[in-house]
Design a protein around this ligand. Structure first.
Ligand SMILES: *Cc1c(COP(=O)(O)O)cnc(C)c1O
Length: 362
């Protein structure tokens, strides 16, 4: 059986280092917002190439708090991709604003800059882009639009640790870049964790307050904040894995190369472009009879996933919030299939998957 992903497998190669880091935290007697968090924030900011990094409890909070830190008038319209993971949309709602869905480019899965321009109204205040599956959005075009219309720009980098456009890292284009370190992400903790990166001193300062009851100095409360702190244990474990992140990304890109070289041409492969450095959080192919292919692969011993089975506008939670038709999102959700591509998989695993797929009767 080839698993879609075994997290124990993925973390196996770092086990000794992780165990040492965990032991050190337990022995230190300091467990929330301390030395490990401060050091991780410095190291992650350096790795991304921003002035600030603020650790938070998870990726959703990174998004909610960053949007709050923009201090937009309540009820502002914020543009977001119709096929993003629902967290991006939930964050806009939780921060008190109105999500306006914009259809993606059908080839890249990422928000379509032309559709962004068409969706701007007098109430639009920000764009929240998701670099889906580990591919950077066309930030060249999107930054130009944001500048032209005076819109704020938030990047959802939960799937794009290390992804680049023209050599520039995702998370460095907008007012803030929001990361999740959920265990399955390209940089995954051993539990929940998240962070925001930014070059903006004011946003960084607000976030440092907001994540800790609105307080940066003990018992002095400046904002109506929340408890969304990054704990020492996760920060220490993330520091270990951050040291190996570039190798892990290279490994995933090597697995992707095997897929690109060997997969049959009856399925649509991920879009690739010269100036885009993709990190393949997900290797999403498309095929019109996706469900038949998925169950056949399972019979052959290959587990796959769907990202995602139901588009946001068709979720019960979004009734009365998201209106309209989103045919491109619908189509992508009906045809997408995610193939195994984790750091726990070997080149041979992926070769085996491609050999099996070639035997599928289309
Ligand atoms: C995982 C994910 C999130 C949420 O991150 P959590 O840490 O699970 O809260 C947000 N956006 C996208 C695109 C994601 O994939």
């Amino acid at each position: 059986m080839i698993e879609y992903e075994s997290l124990a497998n993925s973390n196996q190669q770092f086990m000794r280092e992780l165990e040492t880091a965990a032991t050190n935290v337990i022995r230190s007697g300091w467990y929330v917002l301390g030395h490990e968090v401060t050091e991780f924030e410095k190291e992650f900011a350096t790795w991304v190439g921003t002035r600030h990094c603020i650790g938070v409890a998870n990726g959703l909070d990174a998004l909610i708090l960053s949007i709050e830190a923009l201090m937009l008038p309540k009820g502002s319209e914020i543009l977001v991709a119709s096929n993003t993971y629902i967290a991006t949309i939930l964050a806009i709602i939780r921060a008190g604003h109105k999500p306006v869905l914009v259809e993606p480019d059908a080839e890249t899965f990422n928000i379509d800059p032309l559709q962004i321009t068409a969706s701007i109204t007098s109430a639009t205040r920000a764009i929240c882009v998701t670099h889906l599956f580990g591919k950077a959005c066309r930030m060249d075009d999107i930054c130009a639009i944001a500048n032209e219309y005076g819109l704020k720009l938030i990047e959802d980098c939960a799937q794009s640790h290390g992804a680049k456009l023209s050599g520039r890292m995702t998370g460095t284009f907008g007012d803030a870049g929001c990361f999740s370190f959920y265990p399955t992400k390209n940089l995954g903790a051993i539990g929940d964790a998240g962070a925001v990166v930014t070059d903006n001193d004011e946003i960084a300062d607000r976030l440092r307050h907001l994540r800790n009851y609105g307080s940066k100095q003990k018992y002095i409360n400046k904002y109506v904040g929340v408890n969304s702190r990054l704990d020492e244990m996760q920060a220490a474990l993330l520091r270990v894995k951050l040291r190996h992140l570039d190798e892990m990304t290279e490994h995933k890109r090597n697995l992707a190369r095997v897929y690109f070289k060997n997969l049959p041409d009856w399925m649509a492969l991920p879009h690739q472009k010269e100036d885009e450095y993709d990190v393949f959080h997900i290797f999403g192919v498309r095929y019109q009879e996706r469900d038949r292919l998925k169950s056949w692969l399972l019979e052959q011993g290959v587990k796959t996933e769907i990202h995602y089975p139901i588009p946001p506008h068709r979720q019960e939670a979004m009734q009365g919030i998201l209106q309209g038709d989103y045919p491109i999102a619908d189509k992508l959700h009906e045809t997408e299939l995610s193939l195994p591509i984790s750091v726990g998989h070997t080149i041979e695993d992926v070769q085996l998957v491609t050999n099996i797929i070639k035997q599928f009767k289309i």
